[in-house]
Design a binder for this molecule. Structure first.
Ligand code: ATP
Ligand code: MG
Length: 227
């Protein structure tokens, strides 16, 4: 079953005289519950595509549908509510709030949405990610790998339907990176969350159900849909 698709998605950046086609007429469909890796050289448009699919940026042309909803028909407020409730984001930099403990960081998106935390669900995430012993620590007292696990927990706190991750292991060494990646995959699978992951790393991409390769803003390869 499809959870999201985009049609003829293009993003052109105007810098002075020059136009950069960051994304050039990309159409694709994502299966619900699948793990898709987006790869390609630096500058090929991976982050641009992820941001457009996640409603973080507006396309120059084209549409993105989450289920029946055309993201870019929403006003800014409706879009930010949809993003907060349905999408989770993990980036390369850890960006936890440094004055808050690990647990407070995880709770933040739930609080921002004025909702009661689902303790049982949060406990499940905390155990799946193995971060129970760091809950009352400040980010400064955590390793990079631990901080990234808290970022994943925070991204999952609102029970998103889709988790978007942009080079989430880019700042970690090989071993910590592999652990975080395995956790991302396992947790998404366990919770039935659709995972869209941008990575340079072909070993990482190998673990995905589907690999989409970008080149110069276009799809240069697609291992195909697995439902
Ligand atoms: N805000 C911007 N203004 C102008 N050009 C931009 C902007 N953001 C991205 N670009 C350009 O768009 C193209 C695609 O960028 P994008 O960040 O999507 O690449 P990427 O595949 O994620 O690269 P990397 O692997 O280095 O993160 C690049 O040529 C980039 O220079
Ligand atoms: Mg990028």
């Amino acid at each position: 079953m499809e959870i999201m698709h985009c049609e003829n998605l293009s993003k052109i950046y105007q810098t002075g005289e020059a136009s950069v086609f960051a994304l050039d007429d990309v159409s694709l469909s994502l299966a619900s519950g699948s793990f898709t890796a987006i790869t390609g050289p630096s500058g090929s448009g991976k982050s641009t595509l992820l941001h457009l699919l996640g409603g973080l940026d507006k396309p120059t042309k084209g549409t993105v549908y989450y289920r029946e909803n055309d993201l870019y028909k929403y006003n800014d407020n409706q879009l930010s509510v949809l993003r907060r409730r349905r999408f989770g984001f993990v980036f390369q930099s850890y960006n936890l709030v440094k004055e808050l403990t690990g647990y407070e960081n995880i709770l933040l998106p739930v609080m921002l949405d004025s909702r009661q935390p689902d303790e049982a669900y949060l406990n499940r995430i905390i155990d799946l990610l193995g971060i129970r012993d760091r809950m009352s620590h400040l980010p400064s007292a955590m390793s990079g790998g631990q901080q990234q696990r808290f970022c994943i927990a925070r991204a999952l706190a609102n029970k998103p339907a889709i988790l978007f991750a942009d080079e989430p292991t880019g700042n970690l060494d090989g071993k910590a990176g592999r652990e975080v990646l395995t956790l991302l995959r396992t947790v998404s699978h366990e919770l039935g969350i659709t995972l869209v992951l941008v990575t340079h790393d072909l070993h990482v991409a190998e673990q995905a159900d589907r690999v989409i390769k970008l080149e110069d803003g276009k799809i240069a390869g697609d291992s195909g849909v697995t439902v």
